[in-house]
Design a binder for this molecule. Structure first.
Ligand code: AMP
Ligand code: GLY
Length: 429
């Protein structure tokens, strides 16, 4: 056991824009000596030591953390969390940020989460959980249109179908339950009331029932301008959003956050790590759309840079089961990220295109790598969401200008990005 938090070695697990941001923010901490990432991506490997251990290889990850004498492992994505990587690390005495497998069920099973929310009277859409076709089809006959059909298990943000017709809803239920559309993840479905309103995300860094709240953010899930086309992992985000005032946030904490963390405790779940509360702000008040048990991507790219206090200190407190501080300081600024995708995403898209980064960027703008890799010394595209152009300024308008300037300056052949990130915020004034 080390005596002081100095010269820390941190291992970040993951390969996206979220992990690039986490690595950069951890590296800013005066307590940190070295940040390593596995498996990382093209941009991450230029800045940090990377390894080839997969996020799904628990044993390999434990060995890596031991071999590199890592002081803290920060788990980025949901898959390793649901696979119990934190349990495996803790079993070997390695400090890890993120929930164990029991906490990760809040993301790994939407059916479990809906029952949990109902049990603890946390507001959410009316629903039914089904693993058999006939009762599901029967339930649908009582539903209004549109109706939402969700694969209960992990589906990389793609397992939610908003069905405008009963035929579509019945097909969605049958395709999911047969295992045809989402494999094992669809063998249980949630059928849910369609909610209307504006969406906002609340990120909490938790240690049991104590937590700190990060600035509220808004993501843009649809691929096209004006929120059109299919859902994606997220095409851009900004924070803070004025749609949630501090009074509203206090209400969300009272009605949603505290009952959730208290409920987890009574279920025997000692929740540590990030709780991402996806909210729909309806006419009848806020309702939980989903929980994630890790930082959002691309929300991380705008939330973490706004933190004034040391991120590593917060991650350590959570990992050590210590009480979180009563408050944390944030910069009095706004941030925006524009996701640069490959045209065709979220369906099929080209890979292997050379990425040319601008040689100079203005202060406050940062290029974050996601779906990139290094090939023959060059950075090439390797995923649907390739890069994130981040701007941070005194106002959101300033952040937007910086982010778009960077988005324009980056070159790769199939570059595609939305041109209206933040449109809801700008239409409010
Ligand atoms: P989820 O992964 O459950 O958050 O769903 C992904 C996206 O689908 C959400 O961000 C919403 O845009 C949409 N969605 C999910 N559930 C509902 C609902 N009950 N009503 C309306 N939209 C929904
Ligand atoms: N951007 C949404 C998510 O990370 O789930």
């Amino acid at each position: 056991m080390r005596m002081s938090d100095e010269n820390l070695k941190i291992l970040v697990i993951g390969s996206g824009g979220r992990e690039h941001t986490i690595a950069k923010e951890c590296a800013k901490s005066p307590r940190v000596d070295k940040v390593m990432v596995t498996p990382g991506n093209g941009g991450i490997s230029k800045e940090f030591t990377t390894f080839s251990v997969s996020v799904e290889d628990n044993e390999g990850l434990v060995n890596l953390a031991q071999n590199e004498c890592v002081d803290l492992v920060v788990v980025g994505p949901e898959v390793p969390l649901c696979n119990g990587v934190v349990d495996a690390l803790i079993a070997e005495g390695i400090l890890a940020y993120g929930p164990d497998a029991s906490g990760a069920r809040l993301e790994g099973s939407k059916a479990y989460t809906k029952d949990f929310l109902a049990k603890y009277a946390v507001p959410t859409a009316a629903y039914g959980n089904f693993s058999q076709v006939e009762p599901a089809l029967q339930y649908l006959t009582e539903c209004d249109l549109p109706v939402v059909v969700k694969a209960s298990g992990l589906a990389a943000g793609k397992g939610v179908l908003i069905c405008e017709t009963m035929d579509d809803a019945r097909d969605a239920v049958k395709d999911m339950l047969s295992g045809e559309s989402f494999g094992e993840s669809g063998k249980e479905v949630v059928i849910e009331e369609f909610l209307e309103g504006e969406e906002a995300s609340l990120h909490l860094i938790c240690s049991g029932e104590s937590y700190v709240a990060m600035p509220m953010s808004q993501d843009h899930k649809k691929v096209g301008d004006g929120d059109t086309g299919p859902n994606t992992g997220g095409m851009g985000a900004y924070a803070p959003t004025s749609v949630v005032t501090s009074e509203m946030l206090a209400r969300y904490e009272e009605e949603i956050v505290r009952p959730t963390l208290a409920g987890l405790k009574s279920e025997g779940v000692d929740f540590r790590g990030t709780l991402y509360v996806g909210l729909m702000l309806t006419e009848n008040g806020p309702k939980v759309l989903e929980f994630n048990v890790r930082f959002g991507d691309p929300e991380t790219q705008v939330i973490l840079p706004l933190l004034e206090d040391d991120l590593v200190e917060l991650l350590l407190k959570s990992a050590r089961r210590e009480k979180m501080p009563d408050s944390v300081a944030f910069k009095n600024k706004s941030a925006m990220v524009i996701v640069l995708a490959s045209k065709g995403y979220p369906e099929s898209y080209p890979k292997g295109e050379v990425v040319i980064e601008p040689t100079e960027t203005v202060e406050g703008s940062v290029l974050i790598h996601a779906g990139t890799k290094t090939e023959d010394g060059k950075i090439v595209t390797s995923g649907g969401r390739v890069l994130g152009a981040v701007g941070m300024g005194a106002t959101l308008a300033e952040a937007k200008e910086m982010a778009y300037e960077l988005a324009e300056a980056v070159k790769f052949e199939s570059k595609y990005f939305r041109t209206d990130i933040g449109h809801r915020e700008f239409s409010r004034f």
